[in-house]
Design a protein around this ligand. Structure first.
Ligand SMILES: [Zn+2]
Ligand SMILES: [Zn+2]
Length: 222
């Protein structure tokens, strides 16, 4: 809905290019790996800020050939990536007492990482494309109230909490609210239930069932 095919086409192109690069690396560094396990099928949300941004990402485990050390895997990987135009950094990191060789590479906003250690046969490959927005930002449309002073059922009053909206007045029925750090945060008023917690979506309350506390919201009631 509202997805621009241009942006999606560009993201898919980035995903295919990342896949090709990963396949070349995996085939060279860990021959015999089952490439059917390299999943890069659907983009996922990398950033929930409006508009959400999507990327392709993959994590793959290959097996280090017995005759090859982790450091050799890393230096060979770095050579392959540099020759393909990637900006490469290699380092040694301590993984719970074991030394691991790590290759980190960047190219046009893409990110690739290879990690190998002599204590394990696993060689981990991971990669992400840049994150792209697939549609323009969309302002939130506040929903229409389910009850108004004109449509309130006889013997009922508009809900004092949502004033007839029915949906949670904190989030407008989204179940979440925009948040600076993560883009989205679960709504603290309805805890994701989306409807008003007082009227449970009805937008109105039966006068006969109001508690004394609730009557306090309706000073005009007899
Ligand atoms: Zn809410
Ligand atoms: Zn309500």
């Amino acid at each position: 809905m509202g997805e621009t095919s241009e942006a999606r086409g560009e993201l898919d192109r980035l995903g295919r290019s990342l896949r090709e690069q990963l396949v070349a690396l995996i085939t060279d560094l860990t021959p015999g790996a089952d490439l059917r396990l390299l999943f890069l099928d659907e983009p996922s949300v990398a950033d929930w800020h409006e508009p959400p941004r999507y990327h392709y990402s993959a994590l793959f485990r290959g097996e280090r050939p017995a005759a090859v050390t982790a450091a050799e895997i890393a230096s060979r990987g770095a050579v392959l990536l540099r020759s393909a135009g990637w900006d490469v950094t290699t380092s040694e990191v301590d993984d719970g007492g074991w030394l691991c060789s790590v290759v980190v590479a960047h190219r046009d906003g893409n990110h690739l990482r290879i990690r190998a250690g002599d204590h394990t046969s696993a060689v981990m490959f991971s990669g992400q494309t840049p994150a792209l927005a697939l549609r323009p930002p969309k302002p939130f449309q506040w929903p229409e109230p389910v009850r108004t002073p004109d449509t309130v059922t006889p013997g009922h009053v508009l809900c004092y909490e949502c004033e007839g909206l029915g949906w949670c007045p904190g989030c407008g029925g989204r179940g979440w609210v925009p948040s600076e750090p993560h883009g989205l945060a679960r709504c603290r008023e309805c805890h994701g239930r989306r409807v008003c917690v007082i009227c449970r979506g009805g937008g109105e309350l039966a006068v006969s069932q109001l508690s004394d506390y609730q009557r306090g919201h309706y000073p005009g009631l007899a």
